[in-house]
Design a protein around this ligand. Structure first.
Ligand SMILES: [Zn+2]
Ligand SMILES: [Zn+2]
Length: 270
């Protein structure tokens, strides 16, 4: 049995976490191992150790001192969190702008705390209501606390990547496969774009396959579910069903807890 003890206790550089989040302007947010981990005395910094069983056979195992921190850092760095959200955590204090936002924050917190018990979530509401921030906070926390495999994708950028892949002769599956298979997938800005048949088909592949394998999906969208609107405004408002199609929308409502945030734009300030 490997020794289990806390690494980095007392390290002032990383406050005992074993990593720092870089705020440099890279494309994606990055965590970096602290020297107290990368120079681990127990494994010589390799992250693995030889252990011996009772029969005297030696085998390689993840270092009990630093191996988990290394995995968490790797998970965070593979999550493709946009760099403008570097360091954002679910546990950050956001001053809620009303009951609906407080309810959303409460759900996201319990999703993280009780993972994997709770359903994914669908954050709906106008722009500037910290929806992306809440979703990023959840996956930042799940990677760094629980080493869960998470991937963030902005739907609009994904379509761009796919178009580029087509012209470069790269099979579509190389782009979509990792998103279908990720343990947790964030799809940011769902419904943005032209909502063409091709775009809906991409979404359908993503959502149907994740639905069939019961994978948790976290979605943000500026559009709301038809049912959340008062009856009289249903006919003249573009809703999520119009943007993604009835079939995808109804799957989403099954897979995700609907969280509708009302209120004014954060970025405008008041
Ligand atoms: Zn340290
Ligand atoms: Zn080690």
């Amino acid at each position: 049995m490997a020794r289990r003890r806390h690494i980095a206790t007392g390290c002032r550089t990383c406050s005992g976490r074993g990593y720092m989040i870089s705020t440099e302007n890279d494309q994606y947010a990055r965590a970096q191992l602290c020297g107290c981990v990368s120079e681990c005395a127990d494994c010589g910094g390799s992250g693995t150790v030889f252990l011996e069983n009772e029969r005297g056979y030696r085998y390689l195992e993840r270092c009990g001192t630093c191996g988990v921190v290394r995995l968490k850092v790797r998970r965070y760095n593979n999550a493709k969190i946009p760099s403008k959200f570097a360091g954002v955590l679910q546990s950050d204090d956001i001053d809620p702008r009303g009951q609906s936002q407080l309810d959303a924050m409460t759900y996201v917190k319990s999703f993280v705390d009780k993972y994997p018990e709770e359903k994914g979530f669908l954050l709906m509401g106008g722009p500037g209501l910290a929806k992306t921030r809440l979703a990023v906070g959840a996956i930042a926390e799940l990677t760094l606390q629980k080493a869960v495999e998470c991937v963030f994708t902005d739907f609009f950028f994904l379509l761009g990547d796919l178009r580029e892949a087509y012209s470069a002769g790269i099979p579509e599956n190389e782009i979509i496969g990792p998103l279908i298979n990720a343990e947790i997938l964030v799809i940011d800005e769902m419904g943005k774009g032209r909502s063409s048949e091709w775009e809906q088909n991409i979404l359908d592949q993503l959502i149907s396959k994740r639905y069939n394998s019961s994978k948790k999906t976290l979605v943000t969208t500026n559009y709301v579910a038809r049912d959340s609107l008062p009856k009289k405004s249903r006919n003249n408002t573009e809703v999520l069903e119009d943007r993604v199609g009835e079939r995808i929308a109804s799957r989403l409502y099954e897979m995700c807890a609907p969280l509708f945030i009302e209120g004014s734009d954060y970025r405008k300030g008041d």
